[in-house]
Design a binder for this molecule. Structure first.
Ligand SMILES: [Zn+2]
Length: 579
């Protein structure tokens, strides 16, 4: 909702300023990110204290102080509360509220096989590689749904839920508690609960076939790791035992250590015991390979596992391409051709899911090895590339967003909370969440992105508009959530003021409305400062009604936030494409 009564604001600010508690302005002790869906914030440091508010996964707060297992956080300018430290991820020494900015030393590992790594934070971005379970990566950046990582084949983004973070604050304090006692597979879709009982709260679901690491067992329940936390599933649906892919003997391949020192471990995970150490330049015969780990004889008669991504192998040094690179077909009836052009003869048709080893890359085409041993070509845009081979660029939305200057304006902030939802959601917090997600997507596509505010701070409307003219922006997008006294009102609206802004408004609105499937209230003219006084292309999006309690639940979900950001992103790309 847009506040038009600026005078009222000023009065409010002045009045408020007199009553600000002492904590405000005290240097932050860092920030934290909520790691679970629907976390209770309480009046004091304990479960018995009254509930102040519920917050969601991905929301970030400034830390005021800590007391045993509880952390006091700044909820808003005048409001504080306490959260349990086992439901949050801490960023110490953080001076900004956006992400893991001090994550230089932060590492994480994939908790599933075949985890897709993409060029940007969204499923519409191209896949550049895969991570396997236990594979360690460094963390570069993050938002509530996506993590940017650095892996052997380059930097990319992966879904947050499939990474486990190797930081103290996210692991249990009890060391024994960290040791797994085995692995298992889920035999049917089942609920994940926070306690070993059917009365425990459901915190998620696991699909049939998911693999799990087991930490303990109790009364027919199995303790597992779910996201960043421990959780329980019924033992009836867990098939225990290691079900790793059969090891592929690697025919005496030699690996040369590329890390200055590298630990040798008892098993193929970073959690397993360190039993030795090897150094840069040492050569070993790879006895076995499993999940990107190499089994080696690191000392005469002593066998252990080392992370395969810290080795150069003769396989890779003889050819630029890793021999284990494969392409996987995306659609049924895909043509495999004799030569790398669409005019050449079709050798055979392949179906979705079939995969072929890559032997070389020629322009936008992969040369692949067919089952009969002969070679053929397949267009790079018809496949996903699995492995460490080079990717082929597809011209997606990125092409139209590259080098565009976009100003994102998260509505309200600081003392101006905007609308307050039926359940207490503050508009100013939600607009910032959406803005972070959108800006990460746009930046990944190569756009120049400016946020009018990137923290919970007050910014007058003219300053917001000024940013658009200072940067000569190609698009200015103001993000808001609506409110109405009639709590049955719901839906999304797009606003522009000048006729020259109509096209942008329609593109962005239509795409976002289609992606989120919120009730459509259409695109209209609206007399709002940030579009009216804006000489650039501008749109103000009211992304749904917080005053409607059902819609509020939708709007605050991670899924909606991701969809809204994707819709805004696609709308911008299509707008620039059709310019
Ligand atoms: Zn608003």
């Amino acid at each position: 909702m847009i506040k038009r009564y600026i005078l009222m604001f000023v009065c409010f600010m002045v009045a408020f300023g007199l009553f600000l508690p002492q904590e405000i302005g005290v240097a932050a002790n860092g920030t934290l990110t909520i790691a679970e869906n629907t976390v209770n914030v309480r009046k004091g440091p304990g479960l018995s204290y009254q509930l102040v508010k519920q917050v969601n996964k991905g929301e970030k707060f400034t830390i005021i102080k800590e007391q045993e297992d509880w952390i006091q956080i700044q909820l808003s300018a005048a409001k504080t509360g306490w959260v349990a430290n086992w439901v949050v991820t801490k960023t110490t020494n953080g001076t900004t509220t956006n992400g893991l900015n001090n994550s230089n030393n932060k590492t994480a590992e994939a908790n599933t096989d075949q985890l897709r790594v993409r060029t940007g934070p969204g499923t519409n971005f191209r896949i550049i590689g895969y991570l396997n379970k236990g594979q360690a990566v460094s963390v570069i950046d993050d938002n509530e749904n996506w993590i940017k990582i650095s892996a052997g084949f380059g930097d990319g983004w992966v879904t947050r839920e499939y990474l486990d973070f190797n930081t103290k604050s996210t692991t249990s304090k009890d060391d024994n508690h960290n040791k797994s006692i085995g692995t298992g597979n889920i035999t049917d879709t089942l609920n994940v609960r926070n306690e070993p009982s059917t009365t425990g709260r459901v915190i998620g679901k696991l699909e049939k076939g998911s693999s799990i690491t087991i930490y303990s067992k109790k009364n027919g329940w199995v303790e597992i790791k779910y996201g960043n936390q421990r959780a329980w599933v019924s033992a009836d649906y867990v098939q225990t035992g290691t079900k790793n892919k059969p090891a592929n003997p690697s025919n005496g391949t030699i690996g040369i250590v590329t890390a200055s020192t590298l630990s040798v471990r008892s098993d193929t995970t970073l959690n397993s015991n360190i039993i030795g150490s090897i150094t840069k330049g040492q050569k070993f015969t790879i006895l076995e390979e499993k999940n990107s780990w190499f089994k080696i004889e690191y000392k005469p008669g002593k066998i252990g596992w080392a992370a395969g991504w810290y080795f150069n192998t003769d396989r890779e040094t003889t050819t630029e391409l890793a021999k284990d690179s494969k392409v996987t077909i995306l659609h049924n009836g895909t043509n495999i051709r004799k030569d790398p052009t669409v005019q050449s003869n079709v050798l055979l048709r392949a179906n979705e899911g079939e995969s072929f080893p890559i032997s070389s890359v020629e322009n936008d085409w992969y040369e692949i090895i067919l089952p009969n041993g002969t070679k053929g070509f397949i267009a790079g845009w018809l496949v996903t590339n699995n492995g460490t081979g080079p990717g082929i660029d597809k011209q997606g939305a990125e092409a139209y967003l590259k080098s565009k200057t976009i100003v994102i304006d998260p509505g309200h902030g600081g003392i101006d909370t905007g609308a307050t939802g039926a359940g207490g959601t503050l508009e100013k917090e939600l607009t910032l969440r959406t803005a972070y997600l959108l800006s990460d997507k746009l930046r990944a596509a190569g756009a120049n992105v400016f946020l009018t505010r990137s923290s919970d701070s007050f910014l007058p409307l003219p300053s917001r508009v000024r940013l658009a003219s200072v940067h000569q922006s190609d698009a200015f997008i103001s993000l808001h959530y609506d409110s109405n006294l009639d709590r049955s009102v719901r839906g999304m609206t797009g606003f522009y003021y000048h006729s020259y802004q109509k096209k942008l408004a329609e593109y962005v609105y239509n795409s976002t409305n289609a992606q989120t499937r919120l009730k459509s209230r259409g695109v209209r003219t609206g007399d709002f400062h940030v579009v009216r006084e804006n000489q650039r292309q501008a749109v103000l999006m009211e992304l749904g009604y917080l005053s409607n309690s059902a819609e509020e639940m939708t709007l605050t979900s991670g899924q909606f936030q991701e969809n809204a950001a994707t819709g805004l992103y696609n709308g911008l790309a299509r707008y620039f494409k059709d310019q």
